[in-house]
Design a protein around this ligand. Structure first.
Ligand code: UD1
Ligand code: PEP
Length: 461
């Protein structure tokens, strides 16, 4: 298994640029299935495992995809299958987002049940309730769902019991070419919903109200391919903001949009960090001791659950005791046990965690159980005494592109140790002995960090 090794104690400074939002790009790639004419070009697509995975799902359905310099061109004029393969869907929940577009486009879909994951059971009842209201017949068998609709989907009024991001997106996509108007009540309001709606509208759809609790979709005859720039990743941005604050650093997060990060900015300011926002990004400086604050996760515009683990880690270095409440997922405190291995004092009671600030963290061997837990462990390792070894890197690489290089550029002492399989593969490609390659990789990792730090420091004058 690959590992991320961090030696704590470096103060981060410099500029880091965020990539396109994972949680926007996944539904947008699924939505390209709706283009009956022309191709779609999506810009600022991050090279993430999740993106590769959904692209493979699309290919299995007959979409051709071509990547160049972070832009992906997709052609979905002639789909060849209505079946999303089990082995791909099981790897990633978001691949369930092809269900709405396939129902709209082909009137038929077979897809495996996505199942739960480390952070919760994550049912899909609200997605299915929406499709049924629009006339789909849904059957279950052998771990998969088969849905059909005779003729076209019909517009319907759908009230979501939970403002689910995925259900809002799936239903919104299905409704674009339905007969009549669909109204989604208690819709999710996340920026990624707005980004998807903008993409759909550029394809010819008529979606109004995205970003509010009521979304109205008037069905149109057909959609065509278009070009779209994905919004910057607010969770990646927030993670670097926390990394800056936890090390008492000074970091400009280029591309971060203040309006998307309201609660994270507010909490950092309440803690005593200085946050300056301009139209190109957000600068975080945290040279003074930070204060404890309470945090409760909520659907947007509340504090994002995807930032809870990182924020909890920051609270470990604050003065005083903080209370963190997770209301979105029922099991999103898996990072706590790992943080405790590093010396953290945290007590969990149901959906609440009591975090004692000011405890010294020490380097340890820990494991990321999910994507944001992994980001939180990296943040903890940045301030811990000594070295930490973080496993479960594949979780982290689902959502953070080049995280090790980006942090190294900011001054972190961080290195990604490849797994034996990766070393073998790379040494074969480079025609080198595995131990020689490993030595080269290690030398390159530290040399690169030093060079780039020297270049970047003056930009923060
Ligand atoms: C790819 C993507 O965009 N992922 C994000 C998306 O996930 P995702 O779209 O899966 O999250 P949802 O908003 O659907 O889930 C929120 C809550 O609703 C529950 N629920 C959801 C659907 C349903 O049919 N029934 C039901 O009970 C879930 O179990 C969870 O407790 O939003 C989450 C909440 O902001 C984020 O953490 C994820 O990063
Ligand atoms: C939970 C997350 O993603 P996903 O819904 O893809 O599992 C996340 O991005 O933190």
């Amino acid at each position: 298994m690959s590992k991320i090794i961090v030696r704590g104690g470096r103060t981060l400074s410099g500029t880091v640029r965020v990539h396109g939002a994972k949680n926007s790009v996944l539904p947008i790639l699924a939505a390209t299935l709706l283009a009956e004419q022309g191709s779609s070009v999506i810009h600022d697509v991050p090279a993430l495992d999740d993106v590769r995975n959904i692209t493979q799902v699309l290919s299995a359905l007959g979409v051709s995809a071509e990547e160049r310099d972070g832009s992906v061109r997709l052609q979905a004029e002639s789909l060849t299958s209505y079946e999303a393969p089990y082995e791909l869907v099981r790897k990633m929940r978001a691949s369930f987002l092809v269900m709405g577009p396939l129902l709209a486009r082909l009137g038929k879909v077979k897809i495996s049940l996505p199942g739960g994951c480390a952070i919760g059971t994550r049912p899909i009842d609200q997605h299915l309730k929406g499709f049924e209201a629009m006339g789909a017949e849904i059957g279950f068998g052998q771990g998969s769902i088969e849905a059909t609709v005779s003729g076209k989907l019909r517009g319907a009024r759908i009230y979501l019991d939970i403002a689910s991001v995925g259900a809002t997106e799936n239903i919104m996509m299905a409704a674009t070419t339905a007969d009549g108007t669909t109204i989604i009540e208690n819709a999710a309001k996340e920026p990624e919903i707005v980004d998807l709606a903008n993409f759909l509208n550029a394809m010819g759809a008529k979606v109004r109200g995205a970003g509010t609790g009521v979304i109205r979709i008037e069905g149109v005859e057909r959609l065509r391919g278009t070009e779209h720039q994905v919004i910057p990743d607010r969770v990646e941005a927030g993670t670097y903001m926390i990394a800056a604050a936890i090390t008492g650093g000074d970091v400009y997060v280029e591309g971060a949009i203040r309006d998307h990060l309201g609660p994270v900015v507010a909490k950092l300011e309440e803690m005593g960090a200085r946050v300056d926002c301009d139209e190109n990004g957000i600068r975080v400086q945290a040279q003074k001791p930070l204060r404890a604050v309470d945090v409760k996760t909520l659907p947007y515009p509340g504090f994002p659950t995807d930032m809870q683990a990182q924020m909890m880690t920051l609270l470990l270095v604050a003065d005083g005791t903080s209370i963190v409440t997770e209301t979105v997922f029922e099991n999103r405190f898996m990072h706590v046990d790992e943080l405790i291995k590093m010396g953290a004092e945290i007590k969990v009671d149901g959906r609440t965690a009591i975090v004692t600030g000011g405890t010294k963290l020490s380097g340890a061997s820990v494991c990321a159980t999910d994507l944001r837990a992994g980001a939180a462990l990296i943040c903890a390792a940045l301030v811990a005494d000594g070295s930490s070894e973080i496993g479960g890197v594949h979780h982290i690489e689902r959502g953070y592109m080049n995280i090790v290089n980006k942090l190294a550029v900011l001054g972190a002492d961080i290195y990604r140790a490849p797994s034996p399989e990766e070393i073998l593969m790379q040494s074969e490609q480079a025609s080198l002995q595995p131990d020689v390659l490993l030595q080269q990789l290690e030398q390159r990792a530290s040399a690169k960090a030093d060079v780039v730090i020297r270049n970047i420091q003056p930009t923060l004058a």
